[in-house]
Design a binder for this molecule. Sequence first.
Ligand code: SAH
Length: 355
Amino acid sequence: MTPLDHIVRERIALDGPMRVSDFMQMCLLHPQYGYYVNNPVFGVQGDFITAPEISQMFGELLGLCLAQAWMDQGASEDFHLLELGPGRGTLMSDILRATRSLPGMQRAAKVTLLEASETMKQRQKETLSGYRVNWISSLDELAEKPIYVVANEFFDALPIRQYVRVDDAWHERLIGLQDDKLGFGLSPIAQTGDYLQMRLDDTQDGDIVEVSEPTKSIICQLSKHIQTHGGCALIIDYGEWTSKGDTLQAVLDHKYSNVLQALGDTDLTAHVDFEQVARACQCQASKMCTQQDLLERLGISDRAQTLVTSAGNETQKNDVLSAYRRLTHEEEMGTLFKAISLFPHNGPSPAGFEA
Ligand code: SAH
């Protein structure tokens, strides 16, 4: 048993069954034993590998997309270049390298990272040592200026609550203890808002619907800021338009594992429900598209071709081609991962997205 296995059991023994959201929060960000505090090992050797860790092409294309949006909106001389949940800092590093040829942009950009884990901050400091970077722990710390935002695999790490439909009512899924074993159970009928009321139309008895309150509040705050001060947000994550079913998953050493075991050692995520993102948005939201469509529209084929041409040997060539495939192919990340952008009402939609 991990230290967090004990802590969660003690907490349930004391306070009763726990919401899935509180469980996720503890497993990911417990100040001593949380996954992002204790196991910040993603990359090739880690538990999972994210798009920017697969290839520099991902960050370069998103960087150019942000640069185009910045120019389309008048090339503000003072703005936040903001990343949510930057992991090892690779994506921001690729964005900054790709936009170096726009000196006006780099001068105007206040590089800002929203990060909850001190351990991850240290990793980001190392990766971005050549740049001036500000860390924030809440969007309240943003100044009143335009924000150009990127978030890759950030929202899937935010806590969700799960509701199970029983007849025409919703019960919250809770984690409890039986004979010292963790297991799922149900709350009495839960008080729910308009959204779950609406989901009675497309669900049946026994179906699970997930709701992420932190996602809603971050999108609400971000989009209000974009509407008032300008900018845009590019959000990429795995998920679908409307979630149905239990999508909470644990990954350990590149393999799925039991969400109720090895707490703090496994990475816990849930699919992002893009309809809930769009509903919380207070500015314009683009249509959702697949990562494949976005990257192709931003020119990944040409970029891959250029890298293949300049590759020094066959191994490098094959690395580029295999990264291209991993990022765009249906059987890899191409269609499981989706993208959406947020931008001001009546403003230009960021390149690669349809308004
Ligand atoms: N975007 C990165 C890594 C994604 S992992 C990439 O593409 O490689 C999720 C990141 O979000 C980690 O850096 C984690 O520490 C951070 N994170 C998780 N929950 C957070 C929260 N509530 N607030 C801020 N950062 C959070």
